[in-house]
Design a protein around this ligand. Sequence first.
Ligand SMILES: NC(=O)c1ccc[n+]([C@@H]2O[C@H](COP(=O)([O-])OP(=O)(O)OC[C@H]3O[C@@H](n4cnc5c(N)ncnc54)[C@H](OP(=O)(O)O)[C@@H]3O)[C@@H](O)[C@H]2O)c1
Length: 269
Amino acid sequence: MSRGRKSVLVTGSSSGIGAAIAKRFGREGDHVVLLARNEERLERTAQDVRKAGGTATTYQIDLQDISATLSVAARITEEVGTPDLLVNNAGAGRWLPLLETNTEEASAMIAVPYLAAFALTRAFVPSMIERGSGGIAFVTSPASYLAWPNASAYIASRHALAGFAEGLQSELKPTGIVTTLVVLGTTETPYFENNPGSRERIPEADSRLLPVLTADQAANAVYEGLAQRRRFVVKPGFYRVLFVLNALFPKTVASQIRRAAKKARKAGA
Ligand SMILES: NC(=O)c1ccc[n+]([C@@H]2O[C@H](COP(=O)([O-])OP(=O)(O)OC[C@H]3O[C@@H](n4cnc5c(N)ncnc54)[C@H](OP(=O)(O)O)[C@@H]3O)[C@@H](O)[C@H]2O)c1
């Protein structure tokens, strides 16, 4: 990424990883376009971006509402212009057993992150192609490549997001637009308070191999991934080993993860 003021749209920037990403770009003096539902918290992030040295515009939006999402994309184009970088980060979803997950909740998890990312990407890509530059990041979880018990709707939504990102990587390669898929391990954010039932279902892991990330570390991974025009960023890096092992020995990895999930449940009980 060459220096100079850029415009960067970050979804889900009222909290956690998205707020930290916004501040990270703020430190570079960039203009950050902030999207989420909670206006007050969006404004707080905007102030942090300005304090860090950047500028910010906020748009209050429920990304589950596709037509409102398309309208906000049109407003952003008019008021700020097509962003140089789009960071599809917004996401939610409780990790629950199948029978405790109703179809509306499963559908909401597909709406955000996947469909919201699809709608925004589709809205901005034509101008990026015309300009011959642009970067699109997708923030996801190891759930895009590994499965654990009692989170099937969340895992499905993460596969959808990763599949979309991988498909786009291929499709947009000739256009000069870079697509960066960022896989982040457990990150200390309000996610687990916002999505009750999830924290206690994180499979137990060796903290030396898979340390819990701070929101700033996660944000830095997204920032660096875009700056270095990387296709795939994985943090902590040991997840790459697990992804390969899972591809080669799916039964063994599945049984290890089941055991780790059971241990975590017991420890939390
Ligand atoms: N924390 C982790 O361990 C972890 C690990 C890997 C990946 N991730 C992923 O990273 C992303 C950010 O998570 P986080 O940990 O920062 O969680 P968080 O603190 O709960 O933040 C989620 C953000 O998404 C926004 N959002 C959720 N639903 C929305 C909707 N319908 N419309 C608009 N905005 C919406 C929220 O804003 P409003 O509530 O204001 O709308 C908030 O800004 C998520 O996609 C999450 O799945 C998290």
